[in-house]
Design a protein around this ligand. Structure first.
Ligand SMILES: *Cc1c(COP(=O)(O)O)cnc(C)c1O
Length: 466
């Protein structure tokens, strides 16, 4: 922080020490952490042996700071902290040491392979992440002309409702849906000078929509607006949109980032110097930190420290987990593809999927070239697939009801296989027209394959189908 007006010598002294600390931290990130492989970052993040011994009684795991606020040595430190002149935990709605370690790990994982700066702001859920990522761009402009956003129609049901009802119907901020996001002309045709941002989900849940991130990011930037990507289904182990030009990534860490399924958690990750004509220099320079310290302080969608540490602990093995789950899913997809009672299987890893080659351009198992087992770049497509059962809704529900090992739940990303019928669950409330936009037929089953042996999942599907 730089001091722009006269602060007392006591305050200035705290700022001087804080700046020295930040310089040391930055050097540690640049010279040590940024040189690590993905797995090492996932395991350690910024929590070092030195941190543990100096500050945390040597605790080998990042401690859970179940605490609302921080005490200060004196009034100078309090003043410096509350003016955000020094790093502070001041109050848990704003910052907390446990969420700090989670945020840094995820910022570094999403920024892996990107040589710029990334930062992260954690939130209480994926929806809270989406809300806080888009709000700062919907500032009432000088013209008072209604604003709009342009977004992929194939997206999570909650996102659809958020954009369609909360933004459009309730606040007059139009969401212009892109029906075929692989068509760059369609994106371009929906943008005008009142467009605030482009938003895309990929691979989309449950439709597995995909688009060319780089093309869409370039288009966004040529109009001076940011591209925000929901990359929940891929996780940074398989895809890092910031490396391809996205400005902001949102994650529902509730899903594939964690396996345990203890609770909801979200995150907004941004690159330095995002593209937008809205807001302040501070907002453009470090967007995630900006929303953490300012808008989110005022909205209050913060993450609980207990959940932060549980999510962090789960994330440490994300690379090998996404590899295993992707391989299991490929086995299940191949089985379903050959089954006589299946009308259609959608999985990005099947070569006859229309988006296979586009997905193959972007979805790689991170660091597989350094992996003993592979020694070369390997495509992996995640653990979400969907299929349509022949015979319509009735046969679909019958098959679904007969599942024994696979759980019937509106969940995804679990270590356990979970299936749902989106038309009656995650995508129920958006109605027929909304489902048609998002391309979700009534007889679609979404299956998220877990870490069981794939033969056991296949035999469960086989008995249910027969
Ligand atoms: C579940 C989900 C969300 C919302 O996340 P929550 O943590 O449930 O609030 C957003 N995007 C995608 C792709 C999701 O699957």
């Amino acid at each position: 922080m730089t001091l722009d007006h006269k602060w007392s010598p006591g305050v200035q002294n705290y700022v001087k020490h804080a700046n020295e600390y930040l310089a040391r931290r930055n050097e540690y990130i640049q010279k040590v952490v940024k040189k690590w492989k993905f797995d090492t970052i996932a395991v350690h993040g910024l929590y070092s042996v030195q941190d543990a011994i100096e500050d945390y009684q040597g605790a080998i795991i990042e401690p859970v700071f179940m605490c609302t606020s921080q005490a200060y040595r004196d009034s100078d430190e309090m003043e410096a902290a509350l003016a955000y002149l020094i790093p502070t935990w001041c109050y848990s709605r704003i910052a907390n040491p446990s969420t700090y370690y989670f945020e840094w790990t995820l910022a570094l994982l999403e920024g892996y392979g990107f040589d710029g700066f990334t930062s992260c702001c954690s939130t209480s859920s994926g929806m809270a992440a989406i809300m806080t990522a888009i709000q700062p761009f919907l500032i009432h402009g000088l013209t008072h002309h209604p604003q709009n956003i342009v977004a992929t129609a194939q997206c999570y049901g909650g996102t659809f409702q958020h954009f369609n009802i909360r933004l459009h119907q309730e606040r007059g901020i139009e969401c212009r849906w892109v029906l075929d996001p692989t068509n760059i002309e369609e994106w371009a045709s929906k943008i005008d000078k009142h467009t605030c941002l482009l938003y895309g989900e990929l691979p989309s849940n449950p439709g597995l929509g995909f688009f060319d991130i780089k093309l869409v990011a370039d288009l966004a930037h040529s109009h001076g607006v940011p591209l925000i990507v929901d990359s929940t289904v891929a996780t940074p182990a398989l895809l890092r949109p910031i490396c391809h030009g996205a400005d902001v990534v949102v994650q529902s860490a509730t899903k594939s980032l964690t396996a345990g399924g203890f609770g909801t958690c979200g995150a907004v990750i941004s690159r330095g110097d995002i593209v937008t004509q809205m807001g302040t220099d501070q907002m453009r320079k470090d967007f995630a930190l900006y929303i953490k310290y300012l808008p989110n302080r005022d909205y209050g969608p913060n993450l609980h420290p207990m959940q932060a540490i549980m999510t962090l602990n789960d994330m440490r093995t994300i690379r090998s987990k996404m590899d295993l789950l992707s391989r299991n899913t490929m086995c299940v997809a191949n089985f379903l593809k050959e089954h006589s009672k299946i009308e259609q299987v959608n999985y990005l890893g099947l070569p006859d999927h229309p988006l296979f080659s586009l997905a193959s351009k972007y979805m790689w198992l991170v660091d597989s070239e350094f992996d003993d087992m592979y020694k070369r770049p390997i495509n992996r497509y995640g653990h979400l697939l969907s299929f349509c059962v022949k015979g319509g809704v009735e046969k679909t529900r019958k098959t679904f009801d007969k599942l024994q090992r696979i759980w019937r739940a509106t969940d995804l990303g679990r270590i356990k296989s979970v299936a749902t019928i989106p038309a009656i669950s995650t995508h129920q409330q958006q109605g027929d027209a909304g489902r048609k936009l998002a391309n979700i037929p009534q007889n679609l089953i979404r299956l998220c394959v877990g870490a069981e042996h794939p033969e056991d999942i296949i035999s469960d599907l086989d008995q249910a189908l027969s």
